[in-house]
Design a protein around this ligand. Sequence first.
Ligand code: ADP
Ligand code: ZN
Ligand code: ZN
Length: 816
Amino acid sequence: MPYFIDVIIPIPLQKLFTYSITTAENDFLKMGMRVAVPFGKSKIYTGIVAKIHTEAPNTYEAKEIHQILDEGPIVNEKQLRLWQWIANYYMCTLGDVMRAALPSAFILESETIITKNSKIIDESILLDEEFLVYEALQHQSSLKIHDIANILDKKNVLPVIKRLIEKEAISVEEEVYEKYKPKLVRYVKLHVNFASENALQKLLDDLHRAPKQHQVILTLFSISATTKKPVKVADLSKESDASPAIIKSLIDKGILEEYFIQTDRVEYSGDDNENTKNLNDYQKTALNEIKEAFKEQSVVLLHGVTSSGKTEVYVKLIEDALNKNQQVLYLLPEIALTAQLITRLQNYFGEQVSVFHSKYSSHERVEVWNNVLNNSAKAQIVLGARSSIFLPFNNLGLIIVDEEHEQSFKQFDPAPRYHARDTAIVLAHIHQAKTLLGSATPSLESYFNAKQNKYGFVEITKRFNDVLMPDIELVDIKDKLKKKLMKGHFSDRLLEEMTQTLRDGHQIILFQNRRGFSPIVECNTCGHSPQCPNCDVSLTYHQYRDQLRCHYCGFAEIMPKTCKACGSPDLDNKGFGTEQIEEEVKQLFPEKNVARMDLDTTRGKYGYEKIITALEQQEIDILVGTQMLTKGLDFRNVKLVGIMNADNMLNFPDFRAHERSFQLMLQVSGRAGRTEERGKVLIQTYNPHHNILQQVSTNNYKEMYNEQMNDRYNYKYPPVYKQVKITLKHKDYNRVDAASIWFATSLRNVFGDFILGPESPPIGRIRNQFYKNILVKIPKKQSLSKTKEAIIKMNNSFLSIKDFRSVKVILNVDNF
Ligand code: ADP
Ligand code: ZN
Ligand code: ZN
């Protein structure tokens, strides 16, 4: 009997392709194994076996596969079910899902570029063919798969490549990501010049007139004598009661020497595990309520104010799952920003914690993948950002989605445009596991689902240790301007509070929702402002390089001295960003250490780590940053948070702008005063009576929810209506315009008023492509799957029109 397999190939094909296999292959193959298959005229792809059967395809003759690549499945049946759900729900192909789901090292294909690892390996472990390839790579920096096919004079070379990867001789090229950044801790020691007793005695004599410095040296000795360990700058500063500046001056003089030790956060090497904490009464109640709710429901929303101790509640649930030998997935919006949490979990659970991140090297990702696949002891708890929902769990008991309101759980580009929280719920369902969503500021849709009893609901309204919620004060900038009480972008109130906070030895965070020096340059004579040549946006001024840059396509040019339109030298900066705030703070508080945290300053190697560590160790007095600051950081000594301008968030053209502003401001505020003393938050605004600001200042989530939900009902927005966004793009405006009118009109014929657009988005052109959007609103009573079917049908007719074929169509389900 002839045997066939249906194969998922990592390209966007509507249907699976069928290949024929031999009887022997049929005996060996299982669903979820990889095969190398020919495709098109000369391409070879890695595919995943989705189905094994005996029906020949009737429209084409099935080709034979080249080779089986695995001994056993690398993707399990539950994953394939999840992939299918994602493809259906998010209107993409299984190939799209496969590409997002598998570490790229699993997807060898003809275009893959192979390079030699810098690591020297023992060549005697290489088989003959492997050695040939390895040797060729001594002479050429990289090879493509077909080069290797020529070298070995055979078609199917993927098994050889696969073995070479496993032997760590070669790598497949991919985007060069920076590796996970280890934490750098600063240490000091006495410079070797003072190692001898004489030199030391002389040094101490010399320092006699600088008692503070003298004290630092003595303290250094007493710490190393008692601990016998390297001495951290932070400890030295604390023990000797000397400011970081004094220690720095000793380093500058060459008396002390600073050095860094990497504390690796990925590989756990700690001592015995810590016991988990005893919960307080609020946490205990919440834990019991969650467990109770889980008896009836598979999803529970935990609404706990910032610093209420949600994490410790998660920890108890994780313990329970582990005791039942179940795997746990802990989803976070952003791994790079949660080093503190990783350490915390590792202290409790040791090496059972694995971290998975799309920015890991391919090798590290494969390692975690295999640990999860084999249900190894090392990967009982996986901590990961959105892509970790794709790991090959086989015995998942619990998924925690922390900060469930965060937008970064949604993948916008490329397909699959999935939301990791929603997909996690489906994943949990497939495993009959439970999902806990946690947030201090839940998304409206989750809160709505809880209110509709789709989810269980549990609250913690008190901060841990009864630390008071921060005191939030609104500052009316319009009024301050009129009374001439503004210095640059700082009101007198903010300056007063800053001065006081610094005097008390505490730290300050200033939040500004924009990076760059000032977003827009404008000519005071003719009003012209420089635009990006590729996109419909004004360029942003970046002071430190004296450049104008486009945040959409990366275009950059030197800041012109005169207006390009009229030649006037009178150019003005409108609006303001993080860089300008930093500049102003430095002038206002010249003796303080000021740092900035945004995409520009955290890009470099360890950029982010350095800032966080410096803040933790109190080397920074004032940190200026963008929304990066909002995510999960726990800074004990930060007592004041200033939000420089609330209005540019509130006025953002998006139906969620108000909800998001509320979440952002409360989350930023949550950074203030997480221990004993009450924190202070100042929000500067032109419109202090704005309802959202009132709701933020009284921490009134429910009122925000009710008011926003009213709008959502009235204007037919999610979560009341479902939404699919259709985006068309093309380099020719007229073509995309005609195409989008055709598409919208056809949709309107079926769905009537529930179609909005076509509209040009606020930025109508990016990278020389013109954009048009059409919005499909789907009322609760209308079938979602039928609606999607209709859209896909429409899309197929659209693609059959010759003029429109070159227009790219992007379907985005739940595009918010
Ligand atoms: P959330 O996640 O709700 O913002 P966290 O879980 O980070 O809050 O807790 C805030 C702080 O309180 C942390 O420093 C944490 O270690 C501490 N904490 C929370 N619960 C307990 C507990 N039961 N015992 C001791 N410390 C706790
Ligand atoms: Zn001009
Ligand atoms: Zn641009």
